[in-house]
Structure formats: structure tokens, C-alpha cells
Design a protein around this ligand. Structure first.
Ligand code: MGD
Ligand code: MGD
Ligand code: SF4
Ligand code: MO
Length: 762
């Protein structure tokens, strides 16, 4: 590698100026402080009990906990629970909402609550119903709830639907899809439609698989991690331990993210208190900050360097891939000018990173929402796969492509068949099980469900967890669409904005359920690393609560809808039986048949790919060309801003603050980005100055569906031309482009127009 340039080994920070409030490391003492405050407080004993409970963490899909105990990962390492886990458990350990709560507050009153206030009302503890014309949710019995549900789901199959978020178990997910499909409907929308659907779509085409091909062991063995569009210090904190350990072994971490997230520069992990907690461990060797939505161009740039410097593994491409010539040709013929102008990263920086990737024996490419929540999310994943394939990093130990999943069991939902793109093998197996052909009508994914409801085409909707209203773009449309549905059933543990705004025309039910560590039976979940964990039986702390397990409710509803035809649906109350059916019908899940006897958690068969043989029709990986995206932002005039106003149009990324889990907000601010409260916009100082906005000035942020006022401007380490705000609040102001192939909204590149607040008075 004679021409390997002598670039600095330190991060290259073109947009690293932060505000005074930003700490110098991610993680660190505040994490311990949070732990300490919660675990020694009055909730401490209950919290410890759950942390030690043999069940998987409620929070993210990194998948900590399970049969080996609450603190272990799948390779048996201990001290593996992060503060996010405590945050999630703590919210579930809240007292119940007061018995007369829903009698005291009108729906109009409840609609005034913000997300944090809704969550803090406490645990839902009895079924309630909001009838047409009523202002109050009223308590009902489970019998009445079931009667309403049965009537609702006897409507025409194309007019019934479900939505789910990956918080529930595999068993509940399996039952949900079996019941809906047995009705003749494929309308199984899921939160993954707004999340990793582009990863699933692209991986299916390229590798014939839908999930990560990298195991935790592979990650530990790699020489280089390319981490793209992920803020794992916030969202999968235990992944940080792996990055720290790799850096200590002299391995490389390349970060690609328009924001310089402090935790991706330096992270203080409580798992390494002596060496890392206070000073922080180095994470990134290289930090590239592309324009939001431009990752395809950046990866074509990397590919171009690999080609120009003979770093492409030609023999590998010839032996194990198809259509590689077209991809090479595309990279060759795309000019450097096009690449650097599109992604805003210099040729020198791209070259430095490409050399690192080309030289490393084993590279893992990992990504999250910065890649998938784009108008060209599928192309983004293709371009990552192309780069991994060109360097021979797909199909060998210690290397591969790794989508970093979201909800703790979102991947399990997909595996169980909660998807509008059902695998053929599963379809056939379900047809044998149900002794009838399944419907071939294309089901509604999340966005098409909202569109269909908006057009009055949906009568009944069952939501197994989640917050369909607040998770969608264009809250006005989401609300209007849900309001057209006759009956909506929300199965949930805690109240959320959807329960108060996403109201049905006739009947809205909120049914309180037991969470993962409270079920009277064992359940399983699947981690993002394809590992199946088992959750032990547990109890709820709620003394007088009238809760039901998700499995019990779904099995009873299915029985009332389907009777004994062709299976005894009521016997699906027995989770062992559900697991037998899963083993029979879900490829790779055969070992679940004996998990009750053996207690053996397992890696799903066929998922981890360590040989360059792929489950595609040809056995080879299919490379896909990736068009350079057009990232032109609309002109300020198109926003209808008053004449003479100084405005700037920015590409707004919308995502998570430090203390929130999706639409559930735990704390108002974001200390690692120096953001004091939720009505803030993080932007580059240079952009702010162009429109005469000083730090802490108030601005209006206008999108194509509305505006947010009195938004506090916070300077941050975000590249100029881009900005960041938090969802769910920001979903009120934009419609979002949708990636055609995956159905996923472009939450990470929202054109917004920003100007100083015209009236200074609040
Ligand atoms: N504590 C906690 N844990 C969670 C969640 C939570 O809300 N809270 N949510 C769970 C779920 S469902 C999910 S999906 C995951 C989400 O985990 P992440 O994907 O890490 O979450 P996001 O906040 O959406 O931020 C993604 C990152 O993408 C970057 N980004 C934005 N646009 C671009 C771009 O164009 N290119 C690149 N390269 N980067 C970009 C942003 O700067 C940000 O750092 O976390 C899961 N875990
Ligand atoms: N602007 C913008 N919008 C986004 C995103 C973004 O980055 N930007 N990200 C998108 C992504 S990646 C996702 S995954 C979606 C998230 O969308 P959803 O999954 O729909 O939303 P959550 O906020 O995770 O749902 C939280 C609710 O789940 C319920 N819940 C919690 N635990 C359980 C349980 O054990 N059982 C049941 N039945 N219910 C439970 C609680 O009532 C809680 O209020 O949001 C999407 N929306
Ligand atoms: S990394 Fe994820 S799964 Fe592990 S303890 Fe933290 S939130 Fe839970
Ligand atoms: Mo997600």
C-alpha cells in the first residue's frame, strides 16, 4: 500500500463547533448519576428486581438480558445493562393511573397533554372505551371489549387492519398475524415500515436475507467498523462497549453522520469505570459529515477511490456477485465534482476513509436511521452493500453488513410474519396450517394504511403497542385519517398521544396489557443480532389492576372470530403451543420448539452469513446501481414567507433526543447536544448568522404542513445547511417524501424554512 496517504488518525471535524453546554464526552458520570439516583430511590428495590429478572431489556434491540440473567449479553458477558434500560423499566414501574382518572378528564383536556405528561399519567390498569359523541373514556369490562372487537373484525377483510410496534413478544406477534391473515387480510402495518424497511428491502434483493448477517462474535473480531447514520451512544449504548474494545485493540472506527455526536467522538462507559468513565474513550478515528441524504454519493466516492487504487477484490466480485460491472462502471464514470458537490465532503476525506476500508482485512458496515429514513433509503443500503462487496467483506467471519435495529423486538415481529412482504416459505407453511389459501391482495403498510384510512377505506384497526398517530409525519393528516376509522383498539401499557388524538369515529378502546417482565407465561424476543431470548414469568407491581396479557387477549379474540376452524384458536392461549406453530412455520426458528424444556436461547438458523454463498436464486450477491440523489432544496418563496424576511432553507433531520424512546419523552432536554428543552432547533452558527439569528434567539420553523413557533436556536456541531429537531412534536409540520420501494418516510431530510420569530412576545 505504497500510496496510502499519511492522513491524521484523528477525527476530521469540519463542523465541530458546539455550544457551551455540550459536554466533552458522551456517556460519562451523568449516566452513573442517573443509575444511582434511580436505583437508590424509593423505586430502587423494584427496579433492581426487574433488572435482575430473566427477561430481555425493554428498550432497544441490542438485546441484553434473557435466561442468563438481566445483565448478560448473548455471549454471556456481564455488566451489560445501560441506563436506557433503567429509564424504560422505571416508566413501566409507575403507579397505575388513578381509578377515577378518566371520569375526571375530558378528551379535550387530555389532548392538551404533551408526550411526557401523557406517559407520566402512569400505567393503564383497566379497559376504557370512548364512544361516539362522548367526551369521556369510560371503564368497561374485558367481556365488552372483546364483544366490540369481535364485531369490528367481522368487517370485510380489506377494511380491517393492524399496526404494531416491536415492544411485544414473538408469540403475540405470531398470533396477531395469524389471526389477521386467517380473516383474509394482509393489512399488517408495523413500525418497521417507518424504520428499517429499506434495509429489509435492499438486503433481500442483494443477499436474499432481511436482517444483519453479522453476529456479536463477528463484531468483536472485526478490524474496522463503518458506522453510518446511527447515534448509538443514545440509542444502543451497549454497542459502545464493543467500539471501545475495538479501539483499544487498535482497530478502526469510521463515523459518517452530518452531526458530530459527542458520544461518537469520545464515550465514557460505565462498564469500564477506571479507564473510561471520566475521561472517555476515543470512538471515531475518522468522522465524515455529509449533507443529509447524500450518503449514496459519499459511498460512490469511496468506491471510486477503491477502483482507482486497485483496492477492489475483483476475484471475489467475479466469483460471488452479479452485475458488479455496472456498479464499477457507475463509480468510474461519476465525476469527483458530482460526488463532492452532492455529499459536501472533500475528496481528501473520502480518500482517507476509502484507504482505511480497503486496507482493513475485515470490515463491518453498520447503519441506522440516518441511512434508512430517506427518500432513497433503499439506494443508501445498496450503496453500503456495494462497498462491502467490492472489498470482499460480505460472507466471512468478522465482517459484513449490519443494520442496527430499533425496538427491542421489532425484528422478531418481521420474522413472525408481521409484514406486508411475507416470505413465500412462510406463506406456504401458513396455508398448510390454516388449510386454506391466504389472500394475495397487497396489504397496507404504515403509510398506505394512513392514506387508506384518510380515504375512508378502513373500518377497524387493532394497534398492538406503538403510537401510530404521533410516529407518522403530518400529524394533521394522521389524526384526520384515524378519525375516519370506525373502531380502533389500542393495546398498550401506558397512555400516549395516540390514545388522545388518534380517535375512531365510533369506538376507541384502550386495553391495558402486561409488559415483558410481567407476563404469567414465558415469551421470547429476537435481537438485532438474530439471537432469540426467553423472558421468564413475572408479576406486575400494580395491585388492583385489571390487566390482560397480549397473548391471552389475542388468542381469545381469535377464538371468538374463528372458533375451532381449522385449529383450536383458544388453545393458542398456551404459549408452548404457539411456539410449536412458530417452529413449524418460521424458517430458522426450529429450535424454539424445545426452548421450554432446554431453556436454550439460540441464534436463528441461516441468518449469520460467514461464507460467500447467499440465499439468492443464483447463490451470488446481486449488486445494484445507485442513482445520485437530487438534493435541491426548495426556494424560500415556495414557503410563502412574508416579503423582506431573512430566511434560510435547511435540510432538517428529525430524530431522538437523549431522553426519549421514540414518541415517549422521558426528560425535556438533551444534555449531550446542549439542548435545554424540546422546542429547539440545533443548527450551524454560520447558517444562523446568515439570517441574523443569535444563539437562543427564537425562530419560526416552517415545513410543508405547518410551522412551529418560538423555537429556540441552539448552535451545534451540525454541518451547515442541515439542522436537527425532535419528534414527535416536529411531525406536525411536514408531509415527508416516501421511499417508493420500502414505504419509509424521509424523516431525515425535511426541507424547512427558518426565520427570526416575527413577534418577539411569547
Ligand atoms: N434510548 C432510546 N433507544 C432507542 C430508541 C429511542 O428512541 N431511545 N429508539 C429505537 C428505535 S425504534 C430506533 S429505529 C433506533 C434509532 O436509532 P438511531 O438511528 O441512532 O436514531 P436517530 O435519532 O433517528 O438518529 C440517527 C442518526 O442519523 C444521523 N443522520 C441524519 N441524517 C443523516 C444522513 O443523511 N446521513 C447520515 N449518515 N446520518 C444521518 C443523525 O445525525 C443521528 O445521529 O433506536 C432504538 N433505540
Ligand atoms: N419525525 C420522525 N418520526 C419518526 C421517526 C423519526 O426518526 N423521526 N422514527 C420512526 C421510527 S424508527 C419508529 S420505530 C416509530 C416508532 O413508532 P411506535 O412504535 O408506533 O411508537 P412508540 O413511541 O415506540 O410507541 C410507544 C407506546 O408503546 C406502548 N407500549 C410500550 N410497551 C408496550 C408493551 O409491552 N406492549 C404493548 N402492547 N404496548 C407497549 C406504550 O403505550 C407506548 O406509549 O416512529 C417513527 N417516527
Ligand atoms: S443497549 Fe439496548 S438492550 Fe442493552 S441494556 Fe441498553 S437499551 Fe437495553
Ligand atoms: Mo425504529
Amino acid at each position: 500500500m505504497s500510496d496510502h496517504p499519511k492522513y491524521s488518525d484523528r477525527p476530521i471535524p469540519p463542523f465541530h463547533e458546539t455550544n457551551d453546554e455540550t459536554p466533552t464526552i458522551g456517556g460519562g458520570p451523568p449516566v452513573i448519576q442517573y443509575w444511582a439516583e434511580h436505583t437508590v430511590s424509593s423505586e430502587g428495590p423494584a427496579l433492581w428486581k426487574i433488572l435482575n429478572h430473566h427477561s430481555a431489556c425493554l428498550s432497544c434491540s441490542w438485546g441484553t438480558g434473557g435466561q442468563k440473567g438481566g445483565f448478560t449479553n448473548e455471549v454471556g458477558e456481564v455488566l451489560q445493562r445501560c441506563m436506557k434500560s433503567v429509564e424504560a423499566i422505571s416508566a413501566e414501574l409507575q403507579p397505575a393511573v388513578e381509578p377515577d382518572f378518566f371520569e375526571r378528564f375530558t378528551i379535550q383536556g387530555l389532548q392538551k397533554l404533551n408526550s411526557m405528561e401523557a406517559d407520566r399519567l402512569g400505567r393503564l390498569s383497566y379497559p376504557v372505551l370512548l364512544r361516539e359523541g362522548s367526551f369521556y373514556y369510560e371503564r368497561i369490562s374485558w367481556v365488552e371489549a372483546l364483544e366490540i372487537a369481535v364485531e369490528a373484525f367481522q368487517k370485510a377483510p380489506e377494511r380491517v387492519a393492524s399496526y404494531s410496534s416491536g415492544r411485544s413478544s414473538n408469540e403475540a406477534a405470531y398470533l396477531l398475524q395469524l389471526m389477521i391473515r386467517a380473516l383474509g387480510s394482509n393489512n399488517l402495518a408495523d413500525c418497521s415500515d417507518m424504520c428499517h424497511a429499506p434495509s429489509t428491502t435492499a438486503l433481500k434483493t442483494v443477499l436474499g436475507t432481511r436482517t444483519s448477517i453479522v453476529s456479536l462474535e463477528d463484531l468483536k473480531e472485526t478490524d474496522c467498523v463503518v458506522l453510518i447514520g446511527s447515534n448509538c451512544p443514545y440509542n444502543q449504548p451497549r454497542l459502545m462497549n464493543e467500539l471501545i474494545k475495538l479501539r483499544e485493540k487498535g482497530k478502526k472506527v469510521i463515523v459518517i453522520n452530518p452531526i458530530m455526536e459527542v458520544g461518537l467522538v469520545k464515550f465514557g462507559s460505565p462498564s469500564f469505570p477506571v479507564k473510561s468513565l471520566f475521561t472517555g474513550s476515543d470512538i471515531s478515528n475518522f468522522y465524515l459529515q455529509p449533507i443529509p441524504g447524500s450518503d449514496v454519493a459519499l459511498f460512490i466516492g469511496i468506491q471510486k477511490v477503491l477502483i482507482e487504487h486497485n483496492l477492489v477484490q475483483l476475484q471475489y466480485l467475479q466469483a460471488h456477485t452479479e452485475d458488479w460491472e455496472a456498479v464499477i462502471e457507475q463509480a468510474k464514470t461519476t465525476s469527483w465534482e458530482t460526488i463532492t458537490e452532492t455529499c459536501g465532503v472533500s475528496q481528501a476525506e473520502i480518500k482517507a476513509v476509502a484507504f482505511e476500508i480497503g486496507a482493513a482485512p475485515k470490515v463491518v458496515f453498520a447503519w441506522a436511521m440516518g441511512i434508512t429514513q430517506q427518500g432513497n433509503g433503499v439506494d443508501n443500503v445498496y450503496s453500503i452493500c456495494n462497498t462491502a462487496l467490492m472489498t470482499g467483506n460480505v460472507g466471512k467471519p468478522g465482517a459484513g453488513v449490519m443494520p442496527i435495529r430499533g425496538h427491542s423486538n421489532v425484528q422478531g415481529f418481521g420474522s413472525m410474519g408481521v409484514t406486508v412482504h411475507l416470505k413465500q416459505e412462510i406463506q406456504q407453511a401458513l396455508e398448510i396450517l390454516l388449510k386454506r389459501p391466504l389472500s394475495r391482495v397487497q396489504g397496507y403498510d404504515t403509510r398506505s394504511l394512513i392514506e387508506a384510512a384518510d380515504e375512508g377505506k378502513v373500518d377497524s384497526l387493532l394497534c398492538l403497542g406503538g403510537n401510530l398517530y404521533a410516529a407518522n409525519p403530518d400529524s394533521t393528516q394522521a389524526k384526520r385519517a384515524l378519525n375516519q376509522i370506525e373502531t380502533i383498539i389500542y393495546m398498550a401499557t401506558k397512555p400516549n398521544l395516540g390514545h388522545f388524538h388518534g380517535l375512531a369515529k365510533k369506538n376507541t378502546l384502550i386495553l391495558p396489557v402486561l409488559n415483558r417482565f410481567e407476563n404469567p407465561h414465558r415469551t421470547t424476543v429476537e435481537s438485532g443480532n438474530n439471537f432469540v431470548r426467553m423472558n421468564d414469568v413475572g408479576h406486575t407491581h400494580l395491585k388492583k389492576a385489571d390487566l390482560m396479557s397480549e397473548v391471552s387477549f389475542l388468542a381469545e379474540l381469535a377464538y371468538r372470530l374463528h372458533g375451532n376452524d381449522p385449529i383450536n384458536w383458544r388453545s393458542l392461549q398456551d404459549v408452548h403451543y404457539v411456539r410449536q406453530l412458530i417452529a413449524q412455520t418460521i424458517p430458522g426458528y426450529e429450535k424454539i420448539a424445545t426452548i421450554d424444556e432446554t431453556g436454550k436461547e439460540f441464534t436463528i438458523g441461516g441468518r449469520i452469513i460467514n461464507q460467500p454463498q447467499f440465499p439468492t436464486p443464483s447463490g451470488k450477491a446481486l449488486m445494484m446501481i445507485t442513482p445520485i440523489p437530487d438534493l435541491t432544496l426548495p426556494l424560500p418563496e415556495t414557503f410563502g414567507i412574508p416579503d423582506g424576511t431573512d430566511t434560510i432553507v435547511l435540510a432538517l433531520m428529525t430524530g431522538r433526543s437523549y431522553s426519549q424512546h421514540n414518541t415517549v419523552v422521558y426528560e425535556p432536554g438533551d444534555k449531550y447536544r446542549g439542548i435545554p428543552h424540546r422546542n429547539c432547533i440545533l443548527l450551524n452558527q454560520l447558517d444562523a448568522m446568515k439570517i441574523g439569528v443569535a444563539e437562543h434567539d427564537l425562530v419560526t420553523v416552517q415545513g410543508d404542513a405547518g410551522e412551529m413557533e418560538y423555537v429556540e436556536a441552539i448552535y451545534g456541531a451540525v454541518r451547515s445547511g442541515a439542522a436537527l429537531m425532535f419528534y414527535p412534536e416536529v411531525n406536525a409540520i411536514f408531509k415527508a417524501r416516501i421511499d417508493r420501494r420500502s414505504g419509509t418516510p424521509a424523516y431525515k431530510r425535511v426541507p424547512v424554512c427558518i426565520y427570526r420569530q416575527l413577534s418577539a412576545e411569547k
